[in-house]
Design a protein around this ligand. Structure first.
Ligand code: GLU
Length: 511
């Protein structure tokens, strides 16, 4: 009987800046898969590249994922049986494994200085030999423990001459593996170079640290972005050289998220340029102090953002578009992740947010709107706010729209839109409106239906179209042509407020 290993996946970001929405999607797919398989989801911070380290990025990543509702069972915050989960705290562990690779001859010391490497690269270019690769064909001409006599190597090491440790890629070998999304992937080692595994600063590079940690943390599935597909053969070789082939995880390389026009990858720089955020929450660059927009701050609900991201690359095989996190967990499958990039569609993102916001219970929208009213110095009765919510819920795409679509229920307009006025105001309008309000004053029961009947009767009598009265009334009450149905609006305002706005509006517009 074969025992099935419990699923263990990891999201392993490098704290080199804010998390782009592609990164959030990777975290989400790992999370969905782990939850569905009743497995474990780990957050590991891959910070061995000190040069690219950005202050605050780790905290940003944690806060973003928390906002999205993506939780981890083990990791930098919660700890766990394989701690530490921050690679910079694990350098002793990697030393042990690099030593094994050196001893077995699968890795070697390279003493070439950056200047020497630069020179070789330039020479290569000069003679038109293309890009220089440190590999089986060039390594013997370079300064390393394979090309130099062992005595010299020993001296260099004793004299603490800086070195890096490179993997020794075998010559002309076919490496193949099964990717859960792409199927069979084959690469000849001729196309791989002797990548650096260990740097002169005493820390490993991503490749070594990643493989060692995936092995030690018993990762069963590596679900990550397509940009890492070219590195997978190198990782496979490392598993082989370390004798871990039988424990190798399965790989799933996720396709890219593309720009809305399908022209290339949606990058960190695209967001503000294309008019929509590419980050889950706002990010302030610690050096330049530039601020980048985030979905949270733009008024998106995390559940809408997550739903939109889940469908960007994965499809459920049905027409269903709205999924709660629990529904995503049960419907998700790696097999239904597409092979091709998905175009990011900002309109669709808005659509999702609208769906979620407009289906929220009144009580939740009430809480959001009360905060905004408060923020604008308005102390409104809950009862009134609850009357307003059903009238505007269809019009809101973002949380901030609650205020934009409802402020006029709570305060009179300060200005009157001149464009609208020019379009609808006629020489007879003032008189028409004045006559009409005299009728309103006489109303005993000021409600929606009664007001509607009065308007129909009045416009018939005056032989004008309804719009000739209604449009000026809206301008006077709201200050523009926005807002829900006029009768609804008037009914919420009440007779007194309705009349007072019309009076003061008439004075201001005609002055
Ligand atoms: N640290 C890598 C990154 O920043 C992780 C790649 C992987 O998941 O193997 O994306």
């Amino acid at each position: 009987m074969t025992t099935v290993k419990p699923v263990r996946v990891r999201f392993a970001p490098s704290p080199t800046g804010p998390l782009h929405l592609g990164g959030v999607r990777t975290a989400l797919y790992n999370y969905l898969f782990a939850r569905q398989q009743r497995g474990v989801c780990i957050l590991r911070i891959e910070d061995t590249d000190q040069q690219r380290f950005v202050e605050g990025a780790e905290q940003y990543i944690i806060e973003s994922l928390h906002w999205c509702g993506i939780e981890f069972d083990e990791g930098v915050q919660s700890g766990g049986p394989y701690a530490p989960y921050r690679q910079s705290e694990r350098s002793e562990i990697y030393r042990e494994y690099i030593q094994i690779l050196i001893t077995s001859g699968h890795a070697y010391y390279a003493f070439d200085t950056p200047a020497e490497l630069e020179q070789v690269r330039n020479e290569f270019q000069k003679v038109g030999s293309g890009l220089f690769q440190y590999n089986y064909s060039s390594r013997n001409r370079m300064k390393n423990s394979l090309s130099l006599p062992s005595k010299e190597v020993k001296e260099l090491l004793e004299n603490k001459v800086p070195y890096v440790i490179r993997i020794r890629i075998p010559e002309n070998e076919e490496i193949s593996f099964h990717d859960l999304i792409r199927g069979e992937v084959k690469v000849n080692t001729e196309n791989l170079d002797d990548k650096v595994l260990f740097k002169s600063d005493g820390l490993p590079t991503y490749h070594l640290a990643n493989v060692v940690d995936d092995y030690l943390m018993k990762i069963t599935h590596v679900i990550r972005g397509e940009e890492w597909l070219p590195s997978a053969p190198l990782h496979l070789l490392l598993y082989r050289f370390l004798g871990w082939e039988l424990s190798m995880p399965q790989f799933a390389h996720l396709p890219l998220i593309l720009k809305p026009d399908g022209n290339g990858k949606l990058s960190k720089r695209d967001g503000d340029r294309l008019g929509f955020p590419v980050f889950p929450i706002a990010w302030e660059d610690p050096v330049s102090r530039d601020v980048f927009r985030g979905y949270r701050e733009e008024g998106y609900l995390p559940e809408a953002f997550i739903n939109m991201l889940a469908l960007l690359g994965w499809n459920p095989g049905t027409e269903q578009e709205l999924f709660s996190m629990d529904e995503l967990i049960s419907a998700f499958s790696i097999e239904r992740i597409g092979k091709h990039g998905s175009k990011f569609d900002p309109e669709k993102a808005r659509w999702f947010n609208h769906q979620y916001l407009s289906h929220k219970p009144d009580k939740e929208l009430l809480d959001y709107l009360l905060i905004q009213l408060n923020h604008n110095g308005i102390n409104a009765k809950e009862e009134k706010v609850l009357q307003v919510i059903p009238l505007i819920r269809e019009r809101i795409n973002f949380i901030s729209d609650l205020w934009q679509q409802s402020w006029f229920f709570f305060q009179p307009p300060k200005t009157y839109d001149d464009q609208v006025r020019k379009k609808i105001w006629q020489s007879s309008t003032k008189e028409l409106v004045s006559d009409f309000i005299q009728e309103v004053v006489r109303m005993d029961d000021f409600n929606k239906e009664a007001l509607h009947d009065l308007i129909v009767e009045f416009t018939n009598l005056k032989q004008v179209k309804m719009g000739q009265l209604m449009n000026p009334l809206r301008l006077l009450v709201v200050g523009s042509n926005q807002g829900p149905g006029m009768m609804d609006l008037a009914a919420v305002l009440g007779k007194e407020e309705f009349l007072s706005r019309i009076h003061s509006g008439l004075e201001k517009i005609n002055s």
